[in-house]
Design a protein around this ligand. Structure first.
Ligand code: HEC
Ligand code: HEC
Length: 319
């Protein structure tokens, strides 16, 4: 009887110790989901980040413009109205098919408080600009944090006509690209097909045609995509620009239409299952598997302890 009890206590100690180890390792994991990156991904495509479908029809404010002829889900994205450079009609979307005339968000950056920005997002300022029924409070806050602290002004370094980086350290960009990004995108940027605007593109295409989107996504990530990002890698503003400058030297493809079934708004397809490509993905998968196994073993041990407890209980009743 004594022995069983001692074993029981020992097992409990082991379980508590293992739970402690799990908690400590979880706390030490790199923070890839900080407010700024989360807010940036919401800005990109909030419904993808929140794994919900976009509302039906066009955004109500869409009626205030007629120049941008897109419709449906796209019209609900912050990036479609305010631009990848955050400058709205004052920036890259000042002309062309994306032109709406909607305002730049830069004016706000330092000036408004987080709460004042949130008030622009929950309909307090303009009832038609109300996203509070579509996202939770934390997402609105993350958007505000991103707008206040995450915006980068790259307009000085990107030539508005050629869209090329005016001056950049291409050697630094090449180094960074080849050590981290090439694992998935390939040294020529063509390995990972990118889906956007109903086209299949290489990374060189995106860098050359939409440099601001390239910068936004390589700094802050793409919702639903497992990928190392500049913000987590400790890249400076200039490092991201250098990588852009280098990727702009990579070959562009002749666009191929997206295979049937992929849908018009299919960029980027979230990755589900399968072995993770590249070293970073491997680490993430590895950690996932590790903690998955960990959880299973804890469950198993708890079950075992319960079983022992039952035996102890039965034995003590017998006496
Ligand atoms: C359909 C187009 C559209 C979408 C989508 C949209 N906005 Fe706006 N936004 C506007 C317009 C128009 C204004 C200015 C007038 C107003 O507030 O209605 C504005 C104003 C703002 C302002 C105040 C800026 C200022 O200087 O007045 C902020 C902040 C803002 N938007 C952030 C966002 C964020 C974040 C998202 C994504 C959740 C978003 N917007 C989505 C059209 C849009
Ligand atoms: C683990 C694999 C992986 C690694 C490593 C990786 N990416 Fe990606 N990347 C992806 C996937 C997957 C997509 C989305 C594909 C799609 O569009 O369906 C993507 C998308 C992108 C996009 C968005 C393209 C667009 O259409 O707007 C950019 C920009 C990008 N990656 C840059 C980088 C940079 C810069 C690095 C290095 C820091 C990097 N990636 C490393 C897998 C990776």
């Amino acid at each position: 009887m004594r022995k069983t009890m001692r074993f029981f206590v020992l097992m409990l100690t082991v379980v508590v110790f293992m739970l402690g180890v799990a908690a400590v390792s979880a706390a030490n994991l790199p923070q890839s989901d900080d407010d700024i990156s989360a807010g940036a991904q919401l800005y990109d495509k909030w419904y993808a980040r929140l794994s919900v479908s976009a509302p039906e029809g066009n955004h109500p404010l869409w009626e205030r413009q007629t120049s941008n002829t897109r419709s449906g889900a796209e019209t609900w994205r912050c990036a479609e109205c305010h631009g990848w450079d955050y400058q709205g009609a004052a920036g890259a979307y000042g002309s062309g098919s994306h032109y709406t005339g909607f305002p730049s968000l830069f004016v706000l950056a330092g000036r408004l408080s987080e709460q004042e920005i949130i008030d622009h997002l929950n309909g307090k300022i303009d009832p038609l600009h109300d996203f509070s029924g579509l996202m939770d409070d934390n997402s609105l806050r993350q958007l505000a944090v991103f707008l206040k602290e995450g915006l980068v002004d790259d307009s000085e370094i990107i030539d508005p006509v050629s869209l090329k980086v005016r001056s950049g350290n291409v050697e630094n960009g090449k180094n960074r690209f080849e050590t981290v990004c090439a694992a998935c995108h390939g040294v020529d940027g063509k390995t990972q097909a990118l889906h956007s605007d109903a086209l299949e593109q290489s990374l060189g295409d995106v860098a050359s045609r939409d440099p601001y989107r390239f910068l936004h996504r390589s700094r802050f990530g793409v919702a639903g995509v497992v990928m190392p990002i500049g913000r987590d890698l400790g890249w400076s503003t200039d490092d991201s620009r250098d990588v852009l400058a280098y990727v702009q030297t990579l070959p562009t493809t002749t666009d191929k239409p997206v295979p049937a079934g992929a849908g018009a708004d299919s960029e980027p397809a979230p990755q589900v299952g399968g072995p993770a490509p590249g070293i970073f993905g491997g680490i993430v998968t590895g950690l996932g598997v590790f903690f998955g196994m960990f959880g299973m073993s804890i469950l198993f041990i708890l079950g075992f302890v319960a079983f022992l407890g039952a035996i102890v209980f039965i034995l003590s009743k017998r006496k």
